[in-house]
Ligand binder design. Structure first.
Ligand code: DAH
Length: 380
């Protein structure tokens, strides 16, 4: 009878009635265990996976909690042993358990032989040794690529047009001083935009910039005139989110300063820009407006790109869509930037990139841009 058969029987059924019989029986178990272990570690596995599988099967045969050989010995020999034999069965069983620690996986895998598959060996890839290579003929994993966010796409389209006109891209800090954000731009202390309800203050002298215009001053200080730049970037305002407002949004600022810049340059450039972006049929309209940092100031509208100017839901039946503020740079602002307004003049504009993206892609809720919903983002 093999050991597998013997462990299912009690000592009485096996005819073991004294200490010598117990010793002989446990001796047989130990010998079987040693023999099986030696033949396992002499085996050659062709991969780490196979080696682990072999080791695990062997370990479970002996040590599995439910049906392993040791559990059966405990059950049938120790627990049901006659009282006079119990001490000797207990002692032998403990010794067996001690010896069986050599059957644990981590001990076994160190000893089991391991052969490198010939294909890999040929490739000389010594560092791959010890890795389960699996089936090398299977196709690789495909990681789906994401895409640029629609607001980024819009920003890049706008940048492209101005880069072709010879403008450079400039940027500045999102955490800005009250001086650059307001004072240097001729925005007086009493202006409502400086109120706590409109601006996010970090402390009394520092804000999250409310527009990209402060970079006008920074660039003038840095480069002087002439200057042709656009300034894309994030801006922040104390706004409650709704379909057309978010506390963080994106602007692009434009600034051209040279010795003979007029309002005609401003009109021509922005009309060219609108036609490049929305199509040759688009017309532009300039209406007087007010900004503290430009004089005169204007509001630019384009003919509605949805109805061509007939009147529709998007343009609220007016035929026009307002898209940006603009104007001739105020002489005080030039001076604050260190540029002599007697020698130089300039124009500037500021537009909302998110709003342009909403127009371009016909999106009616700005919140969609910032909810990270893949079903929405996948469409661009
Ligand atoms: N900074 C203005 C705003 O956030 C936008 C603006 C208007 C910028 C006119 C300009 C400009 O450069 O000339 O509302």
């Amino acid at each position: 009878m093999t050991i597998d058969g013997k462990v299912r029987k009690t000592l009485a059924e096996l005819g073991v009635a004294d200490v010598a019989g117990v010793d002989a029986l446990f001796g047989e178990v130990r010998a079987t265990m040693e023999r099986e272990r030696s033949s396992l570690v002499a085996r050659v596995a062709s991969s780490e996976g196979e080696r682990d599988r072999l080791a695990k099967n062997f370990r479970d045969r002996w040590l599995a909690r439910k049906n392993g050989l040791l559990t059966q010995i405990d059950e049938h020999w120790l627990k049901s042993s006659p009282r006079d034999l119990k001490p000797s069965v207990g002692k032998s069983f403990n010794a067996l358990r001690q010896a069986a620690t050599a059957l644990e996986m981590d001990v076994l895998v160190k000893d089991v032989g391991f052969k490198i598959p010939p294909k890999v060996a040929a490739a000389g890839a010594a560092e791959i040794r010890g890795t389960d290579l699996g089936d090398l003929t299977l196709p690789g994993y495909c990681r789906p690529l994401g895409s640029l966010h629609p607001v980024t796409q819009m920003q890049r389209e706008i940048e492209e047009i101005f880069l072709h006109l010879g403008f450079r891209i400039e940027d500045g800090p999102e955490i800005e001083s009250v001086y650059y954000n307001f004072d240097a731009l001729n925005i007086p202390e009493s202006h409502p935009s400086r109120d706590d309800w409109d601006t996010l203050y970090i402390n009394s002298q520092t804000v999250l910039r409310t527009h990209t215009s402060p970079v006008q001053i920074r660039a003038m200080e840095k480069y002087g005139a002439p200057l042709y730049i656009i300034i894309p970037g994030k801006c922040y305002r104390h706004d409650n989110p709704d379909a057309s407002h978010t506390p963080m949004f994106h602007q692009i600022e434009g600034l051209a300063i040279d010795s003979d810049i007029t309002f005609a340059d401003l009109k021509g450039t922005l009309d060219f820009f609108a036609k490049k972006l929305f199509g040759e049929k688009v017309r532009t309209r300039f209406q007087p407006s007010f900004f503290p940092f430009t004089e005169p100031s204007g509001e630019v509208a384009i003919s509605c790109i949805f109805c061509g100017g007939e009147g529709c839901r998007v343009c609220k039946e007016s035929g026009w869509i307002e898209v940006m503020g603009c104007g001739m740079v105020h002489p005080l602002v030039l001076r604050n930037g260190g540029i002599d307004p007697e020698k130089y003049s300039g124009w500037a504009f500021g537009l909302g990139v998110d709003r342009f993206a909403m127009l371009e892609y016909d999106i009616n809720d700005i919140q969609l841009f910032f909810q990270s919903d893949v079903r929405f983002l996948q469409q661009f």
